[in-house]
Design a protein around this ligand. Sequence first.
Ligand SMILES: Nc1ncnc2c1ncn2[C@@H]1O[C@H](COP(=O)(O)OP(=O)(O)OP(=O)(O)O)[C@@H](O)[C@H]1O
Ligand SMILES: [Mg+2]
Length: 161
Amino acid sequence: MDLPARWTPLRPHRTQRAFWTSTARFNTVPAGRRSGKTEFAKRKLVKAALRGTRFAEARFFAAAPTRDQAKRIFWDDLKALSPNGLTLGRPGESELVIRYVNGSELWVIGMDRPERIEGQPWDGGVLDEYANMRKEAWPKHVRPALSDRNGWCDLYGLRNE
Ligand SMILES: Nc1ncnc2c1ncn2[C@@H]1O[C@H](COP(=O)(O)OP(=O)(O)OP(=O)(O)O)[C@@H](O)[C@H]1O
Ligand SMILES: [Mg+2]
């Protein structure tokens, strides 16, 4: 498969490499500013969507505290990282979803509207800038939505509690 040019090679430092090879279902990543958290999250999501899961419509999310923020952080890069021939139609600019030929969906979601997460089964996702989300976002809205499919989640950012 030819990857788009956006897949520039990264030279992971030691901590990044340790995390990249983590197979834990949930990871919290309280790493410093500009340490490559979000770049890794984007690549992990696109890889997961391309690989798919045992569910015909594997569903993944890229979440940030607000929809504007989530769009600004993720949308262009997730599109650029997704190989053209493997996406289905045009990415939905209003819904902020990329659909793939294998049936996977990758949604960009703002946690100012957590109902977008609730009530739907998810195979995996990331919460970026998690420290700026409401405290109940993870336990109340996200975690239960991961139960059906044993979905994974990475939480980026330091929560002081
Ligand atoms: N291992 C790496 N090799 C080369 N470039 C990298 C690597 N990791 C990150 N970068 C680049 O460094 C910049 C910062 O990365 P990124 O935005 O992912 O960091 P972050 O930890 O999410 O930062 P912030 O705390 O500001 O959200 C990006 O331009 C990214 O492409
Ligand atoms: Mg970031």
